[in-house]
Write a protein that binds this ligand. Structure first.
Ligand code: SME
Length: 151
């Protein structure tokens, strides 16, 4: 099994008997953040009102508390429902720099059974183009699993 497959298997196993969404998010960020050295900020933003994201469980330095859907890479993921793969954050002027050291970022939406974005999972790295296609595939698989299990 690859490291990515092992991480996914651990997440499934850790959440097997867990029905609480906050406990699930906390467990996922811990597992992802501590499994990969290039994940420097790992966290969730939740849709708490129409077109508004608010910070959820995370690891790393302080994140922005509130992000409207029309701001930031997180907002772009929430608005489009599509993964945002940003190898160079300076190439995306709408990027919100919660930390000036962030150089690359991936944001993956989590959807309910109607396809509405209920949260996004944000990965930030201080390394340029840090995230591999395996990292993105793992994160997308985790977000699909979470959407189907909790919404
Ligand atoms: N960079 C994100 C904001 C969140 S943080 O970096 C923790 C964005 O542009 O949406």
């Amino acid at each position: 099994m690859s490291n990515h497959d092992e991480v996914f298997a651990r997440i499934e196993s850790l959440l097997e008997d867990e029905s609480d969404w906050v406990s699930a998010m906390s467990t996922v960020v811990c597992e992802l953040h501590n499994s990969f050295e290039h994940f420097h900020w790992t966290g969730f933003y939740r849709t708490v009102a129409p077109n508004l994201l608010k910070i959820g469980p995370y690891q790393g330095g302080h994140g922005c508390l509130v992000i409207p859907f029309d701001k930031g890479i997180c907002g772009a993921a929430a608005t489009t429902g599509l993964t945002q793969d940003v190898p160079d954050v300076h190439a995306r002027p709408e990027h919100i720099a919660c930390s000036s050291t962030t150089l690359s970022e991936v944001v993956v939406p989590i959807k309910d059974s109607n396809g509405s974005v209920v949260a996004v999972l944000d990965l930030d790295s201080d390394i340029p183009a840090a995230f591999s296609s395996q990292d993105i595939m793992l994160t997308e698989n985790v977000c699909k699993y979470l959407g189907e299990k909790y919404f």
